[in-house]
Design a protein around this ligand. Structure first.
Ligand SMILES: Nc1ncnc2c1ncn2[C@@H]1O[C@H](COP(=O)(O)OP(=O)(O)OP(=O)(O)O)[C@@H](O)[C@H]1O
Ligand SMILES: [Mg+2]
Length: 138
């Protein structure tokens, strides 16, 4: 007998959906509310040991998906389990099992080594050299 399938499912999403209500301009003073789906019916399964890239254009819904997988955002519809846990309801337990890094696209430059990005920001925020060096060492 093999390992039960559910044991190897690390990430499972079925019909995952997230809607945001946005205010859109309708004339000079008028705004009306509009519901937009940022993620619309995502089915995803990632098993133990798998490495997966999740790619798509700006605004495709990648960050929104990750926020639902980590319990930061509550899905509007659908099912999601990560490490067998319900991300929103069991967020603290889940946090002990996962690691997440969200990019700060305004503060890191593709073409620069990380160290140079930090050096540039040191000047922008006027961080004294000694303090900057200490932070880098840490
Ligand atoms: N808090 C929010 N309120 C309203 N709309 C939002 C909110 N967060 C995201 N959106 C919208 O949802 C859609 C998906 O955004 P999301 O940030 O998930 O995209 P992304 O794939 O991560 O994009 P990028 O490649 O730019 O990081 C976009 O249209 C975005 O404007
Ligand atoms: Mg994003």
């Amino acid at each position: 007998m093999g390992v039960p399938q559910s044991r190897t499912e690390m990430i499972l999403a079925r019909g995952l959906r997230k809607e945001f209500t946005v205010r859109v301009k309708a004339g000079r003073l008028r705004r009306h509310k509009q519901v937009r789906a940022a993620v619309d019916g995502l089915d995803l399964r990632v098993d133990r040991g798998e490495t997966v890239g999740y790619i798509g254009p700006n605004g495709a819904g990648k960050s929104t998906t990750l926020k639902m997988l980590t319990g930061v955002l509550t899905p509007s519809a659908g099912e999601v389990r990560v490490c067998g846990l319900r991300p929103v309801a069991q967020r603290t337990r889940l946090a002990l099992r996962i690691g997440v890094v969200f990019g700060q696209r305004s503060q890191l430059w593709w073409d620069l080594p990380l160290r140079d990005s930090f050096d540039l920001l040191r000047h922008v925020y006027r961080v004294p050299a000694a303090e900057h060096a200490a932070r880098l060492r840490r």
